[in-house]
Design a binder for this molecule. Structure first.
Ligand SMILES: *[C@@H]1O[C@H](CO)[C@@H](O)[C@H](O)[C@H]1NC(C)=O
Ligand SMILES: *[C@@H]1O[C@H](CO)[C@@H](O)[C@H](O)[C@H]1NC(C)=O
Ligand SMILES: *[C@@H]1O[C@H](CO)[C@@H](O)[C@H](O)[C@H]1NC(C)=O
Length: 509
């Protein structure tokens, strides 16, 4: 059972466009106002979560939306506020924007009692501030009430990067991820992961370009150079598809385990996004993405036995394929669509739409209308309790959690922007309605334990900051008017989204 029709009726939108009694213009106008009402409904959800965060958790990192408490899982610098900034900007929410700007001016990034993740801090805090700066000095310059606060976004970005940059001070230049910023120490790892190494270049390069100081970008690009030229050859089992762990001592790959899942994911995402950011400087990144995309179509696409029309991505290690995937992996459709559109490759667009369809199937088949955290389709591994579900759905659920992740609506958003087809917009709306119906609490939105149980099973007392940065933004932008920060077709992008959905101004405009 899905809840799609209920809220439409509740919003007074029940009369569908097809049955509109008037002419075509009225039908188009009807659809426009319906879309406007949906955009407003997403704003309402954002405001609900923002109010709850302000009341119970600000300036801590995140709201505990069941107990109305708070957590500081991201070093206590106010992660939800910083992560919410670019969404508040694209929604035109001046109150939230100015509250967040006042807060950011006061953060002391040199102080924390916890270990700091270079990756998480880069994609949430650094990108949140850089995106705010790009938007508020550009197309959203009317929103900030104090100009100093806007300038502070760049100053604080530099302050943060100066705190973090010792991470790259290793023999190879491959950074440590887990840092002690007080002692300038690290957790003693000998390797760093593919995604955490390969998801820094956009932010650190943008910072350099804004400051006119290439040192920050160079640090991230040096680390990335080992990923672009993988050694030894066992680290690249298929052209462009590389292993998961890199030795910090010498930049060599420690394995050849290949996937687009969590841990590897945004390395591939950034290869094509760096090219969108600056096609002159990052052509090599694009060439590597093309190789990876072609190898993925050739070697990793997989079709469940009961529903061969569905496409998922398997992972590969040492001759074995693992037939399972994750919510996190579902950014893949968006990546193929962006790359296909920018490079004018219809084969990539077509494949991206197949991946989008596969991810929609994981939402479509559950009781809540939300897809699971992870699932499998290996006929030899189907749990007895899920035999019927597997036959009908084409997959079985490995983890039924939904932790407020964005990747499925993210790829629907790309599919809508790039094809213009209303189908994908409807899918975003269906997902939004289901998320709102299943995870909402009195103060925000909560992780749920079982997307295939009535009401989502039970609620877990956490609301990740990416609810604000990503879920709300993609659901809103799908229904919002065209704007400079929206994803565009072909070479028309003036912004590119980091992996946390913070839009950065591209270099060549
Ligand atoms: C979201 O949930 C709230 C609270 O139940 C409800 O009032 C609102 O109509 C919902 N929005 C949509 C679009 O379903
Ligand atoms: C970081 O190092 C300082 C100084 O050695 C130490 O007091 C502190 O406990 C460390 N912090 C963490 C999170 O390990
Ligand atoms: C699932 O998707 C199919 C195919 O697009 C559609 O016909 C069906 O209505 C969807 N089911 C739900 C519950 O959304």
């Amino acid at each position: 059972m899905r809840v799609t029709s209920l809220p439409l009726a509740a919003l007074g939108l029940a009369g569908s466009v097809v049955t509109h009694p008037f002419g075509e213009t009225e039908a188009v106008l009807g659809r426009q106002s319906q879309t406007q009402q949906k955009a407003d409904a997403v704003k309402e959800a954002f405001q609900h979560a923002w109010n709850g965060y302000m009341k119970y958790a600000f300036p801590h990192d995140e709201l505990h939306p069941v107990s109305n408490g708070y957590g500081d899982s991201r070093n206590g610098w106010g992660a939800s506020a910083v992560d919410a900034l670019s969404t508040a900007i694209v929604m035109g929410n001046a109150d939230a924007v100015n509250t967040i700007l006042d807060h950011i001016s006061k953060i002391d990034y040199s102080q924390t009692s916890e270990q700091v993740s270079l990756f998480e801090t880069t994609i949430r805090y650094l990108a949140g501030m850089l995106s705010g700066y790009d938007l508020l000095t550009g197309p959203a310059s009317d929103l900030a009430s104090k100009k100093d606060n806007v300038d502070n976004l760049l100053t604080q970005s530099k302050n943060l990067a100066d705190v973090l940059k010792f991470a790259f001070d290793t023999e190879s230049g491959v950074p440590y991820n887990n840092l002690n910023i007080t002692s300038k120490g690290n957790d003693g790892s000998t390797t760093n992961g593919l995604a955490v190494t390969g998801t820094l270049a956009l932010e650190w390069t943008r910072l350099s370009d804004l400051l006119g100081d290439d040192s920050y970008g160079k640090l991230s690009q040096k680390a990335e150079s080992y990923l672009l030229n993988p050694q030894p050859s066992s680290g690249e089992p298929f052209p462009g598809l590389v292993g998961s762990n890199i030795y910090i001592s010498n930049g060599e790959f420690g394995d050849g385990a290949v996937s687009w899942n969590g841990g590897d994911d945004s390395f591939y995402e950034y290869l094509i996004k760096m090219y969108v950011y600056d096609p002159k400087r990052f052509e090599t990144y694009k060439d590597r993405w093309v190789l990876a995309a072609e190898s993925t179509i050739k070697h990793l696409q997989s079709h469940p036995e009961p529903r061969p029309e569905l496409t998922f991505l398997s992972s590969y290690d040492n001759g074995n394929y693992d037939l399972s995937s994750q919510h996190l992996t579902c950014f893949d459709g968006g990546s193929f669509l962006l790359g296909g559109s920018v490079l004018d490759r219809q084969d990539f667009i077509d494949f991206g739409l197949k991946l989008v369809n596969g991810c929609e199937a994981t939402y479509n088949q559950t009781l809540t209308g939300i897809g699971p955290e992870s699932w499998g389709w290996d006929p030899k591994q189907v749990p007895d309790s899920q035999k019927d579900f597997y036959e009908r759905a084409g997959f079985y659920i490995e983890s039924g959690y939904y932790v407020l992740r964005p990747e499925v609506v993210e790829s629907f958003y790309y599919a809508y922007r790039i094809t213009g087809s209303e189908v994908y917009r409807d899918w975003v709306w269906n997902a939004f309605v289901a998320i709102n119906a299943t995870t909402r609490t009195d103060s925000g939105f909560a992780t749920v334990t079982n997307v295939n149980a009535k009401g989502g099973g039970s609620k877990v007392d956490n609301q990740e900051s990416f609810l604000f940065a990503e879920v709300m933004k993609y659901c809103y932008l799908t229904h919002a008017e065209d704007a400079p920060w929206q994803v565009q077709r072909g070479d028309k992008n003036t912004f590119v989204f980091n992996t946390e959905a913070h839009p950065m101004r591209v270099k060549h405009t």
